[in-house]
Design a binder for this molecule. Structure first.
Ligand code: 3PY
Ligand code: MG
Length: 264
């Protein structure tokens, strides 16, 4: 069975950089899987991507090299089961704001005795190049569980949440976090409340052996976050890269009305 190189890197304390796939077509996976990222997250929270497209994308990504991950639409056992059983190597769980929510996510992602994930399916083993029996023995050691800290409630409950056994990484969603503080949603800012919250998550994660992560939109910010100690870093998305380039070209040619582009 293949090793989940992302989980291994995070456990060794190294940084692992990936991006988000948001287009509802496998072509995005096929092309971006060759770009050099460690992992690709199929974004199912805010996109029209269905489970069929996600399952095919997981297979393409795993066969090409990066680890296929999924951001599920919401923290439910059904969502976690469907993406793992169709071949994702890990989950990114949005809006985990309490210990109980973190425990529920871990339980749904791990087989007994660590959790209560139901046994069944074929594609999970296939993306790891394994047979189902080997997969059932080893999945708990390979599946990456990333929970999101993207609300002030999660910042306040950071100790309660990050001390839950079985969490590999905590990923900050800066837009939702700013919004929950009553501020404009942005990827980065020097707002003191935001900066303190980011630092608090990083320090609390270190206390419990959890890898800290964050979503950024530029390589320079990714480098800065790595220097600060962040490990699981998403840079932009397929659409963000496409629209960013489009905007660069239209601006250089002084055409278009300078519309705002997709942020990520
Ligand atoms: C946010 O910024 O809220 C996110 O969810 C980023 O992935
Ligand atoms: Mg969010």
């Amino acid at each position: 069975m293949k090793k989940n190189h992302v989980r291994a890197k995070l456990k060794r304390g190294e940084a692992s950089i990936g991006t988000w796939l948001t287009l509802p077509d496998t072509m995005s996976a096929q092309l971006i899987a060759r770009a050099g990222f460690d992992w690709l997250t199929v974004e199912m929270e805010h996109t029209p991507i269905t489970i069929d497209t996600a399952a095919q994308s997981f297979a393409i990504i795993a066969a090409t090299g990066p680890a296929p991950l999924a951001r599920i639409p919401w923290n439910t056992g059904e969502n976690i089961k469907r993406v793992l059983d169709t071949g994702a190597w890990g989950i990114v769980v949005p809006m985990v704001n309490s210990r109980a929510e973190a425990e529920a996510a871990v339980a749904a992602a791990r087989y007994a005795p660590l959790g209560d994930r139901s046994v069944g399916g074929q594609l999970h083993a296939a993306t790891f190049g394994a047979d189902p029996s080997t997969y059932y023995d080893r999945a708990n050691d390979e599946i990456l569980v990333v929970i999101m800290a993207e609300h002030i409630k999660a910042i306040e409950a950071a100790d309660d949440i990050l001390s839950v056994p079985g969490i590999d990484a905590v990923f900050i969603g800066p837009n939702d976090l700013h919004k929950s503080m009553g501020k404009k949603p942005v990827f980065d800012s020097d707002d003191k409340e935001f900066v303190d919250a980011v630092k608090h998550i990083r320090k609390t994660a270190a206390k419990y052996g959890v890898a800290p992560g964050i979503h950024v939109i530029e390589a320079a910010t990714a480098k800065r976050r790595v220097e600060e100690g962040f490990q699981f870093i998403a840079v932009a998305s397929d659409v963000g890269m496409m629209m960013g380039k489009a905007k660069e070209i239209t601006t250089a040619l002084s055409i278009g009305a300078g519309q705002a582009v997709a942020k990520y």
